[in-house]
Design a protein around this ligand. Structure first.
Ligand code: NAI
Length: 328
């Protein structure tokens, strides 16, 4: 049996964590041969700390063979100590009457502090996934606040958008979702994201040719994927949680264990590929191998795609400008 690895999860008493922690502990994220120690962070208030205790009692009651230990805390320095994986789920939600700018500022404070704590105590190869919104900008802030850790260790979750796009394409073509390859999502985890199926295949056949309907792409597919989060809230009265947790598992599993040459989407700091300015936390097509991701290169960018990629880039640059003063 391998030595256990430390997995930190923030927002551990929240609704995404309730769908996430049990799957990490059961081995769905890092493999059925990888024991884990869960290090769970919540805010220092009685109610969430009490709720966290309850979640930990339930984790205990599952008697997961792979869960060798767990810690619940309100201190990021405890939660991130020697962590090899950190899933930053906890974030400040948008309250009534709260402007987007206020939301950015409130979250910037959280992710500056958590970036610093990761910088100080996490394992030097820690893989960080930011789920809490605005995910790309929060990941950017954490990365900038952790100068001693490699920037490539910080990622944002675009996988839910990717999975949503895949399921829409499966429904449209009547094919199995598992048969879809070479799908990708560019940009920000927000309604501005650009899900791009121009290169996608099903059993080697072009999905674009199979659908053959550009109006559907523009008028149905992209708005459906972009507004899916809002549609879930409308239907369920609560935001996506199980599907978000599932996407977090997919993201980390692929990053840690590899994609066998298949493409997926991760929000990562740009290296300048495809004209996206260096450092911007942007959704890119990647393949993963040996615990590292690599951007899929050489894709042709047509005019429609460039417009969409710039649109979502502009939003990210606006978000970055709004918090720049906090990064010193
Ligand atoms: P939730 O409100 O149920 O849980 C969030 C938990 O985080 C709360 O228990 C809260 O006390 C905790 N928290 C807040 N600040 C914290 C901090 N500084 N340190 C530790 N814990 C903290 O929310 P839910 O549904 O679990 O969603 C969490 C986040 O994920 C939200 O920001 C949501 O918008 C985002 N999200 C992102 C998606 C993506 O695709 N990237 C998809 C769905 C949700």
């Amino acid at each position: 049996m391998k030595a256990p690895v430390r997995v930190a999860v923030t927002g551990a008493a929240g609704q995404i964590a309730y769908s996430l922690l049990f799957r990490i502990a059961s081995g769905e994220m890092l493999g059925k041969d990888q024991p884990v120690i869960l290090q769970l962070l919540e805010v220092p208030f009685e109610k969430p700390q009490q709720a966290l205790k309850g979640v930990m009692m339930e984790l205990q009651d599952c008697a997961f063979p792979l869960l060798t230990d767990m810690v619940g805390t309100d201190d990021p320095l405890v939660a991130f100590k020697d962590a090899e994986y950190a899933l930053l789920v906890g974030a400040r939600p948008r309250g009534p009457g709260m402007e987007r700018a206020d939301l950015l500022q409130e979250n910037a404070k959280i992710f500056t502090a958590q970036g610093k704590a990761l910088n100080d105590v996490a394992h030097r190869d820690v893989k960080v996934l930011v789920v809490g919104n605005p995910a790309n900008t929060n990941a950017y802030i954490a990365m900038k606040s952790a100068p001693d850790l490699p920037a490539k260790n910080f990622t944002a979750m675009l996988r839910l958008d990717h999975n949503r796009a895949a399921s829409q394409l499966a429904a449209k073509t009547g094919k199995a979702v598992a048969s879809i390859e070479k799908l990708l999502v560019w940009g920000n985890h927000s309604p501005t994201m650009y899900a791009d199926y121009r290169f996608a295949t099903i059993n080697g056949e072009s999905v674009k040719a199979m659908i053959g309907d550009e109006a559907w792409n523009r008028d149905v597919f992209l708005p459906t994927v972009g507004k899916r989060g809002a549609a879930i809230i409308e239907a369920r009265g609560l935001s996506s949680a199980a599907s978000a947790a599932n996407a977090a598992i997919d993201h980390m599993r692929d990053w840690a264990l590899g994609t066998n040459g298949k493409w997926t989407t991760m929000g990562i700091p740009s290296d300048g590929s495809y004209g996206i300015p260096e450092g911007v936390m942007y959704g890119f097509p990647v393949t993963c191998e040996n615990g590292a991701y690599e951007i899929v290169q050489g894709l042709e960018i047509d005019e429609f795609s460039r417009d969409r990629m710039n649109f979502t880039l502009n939003e990210l640059e606006e978000e970055r400008a709004a918090i720049a003063h906090l990064l010193g």
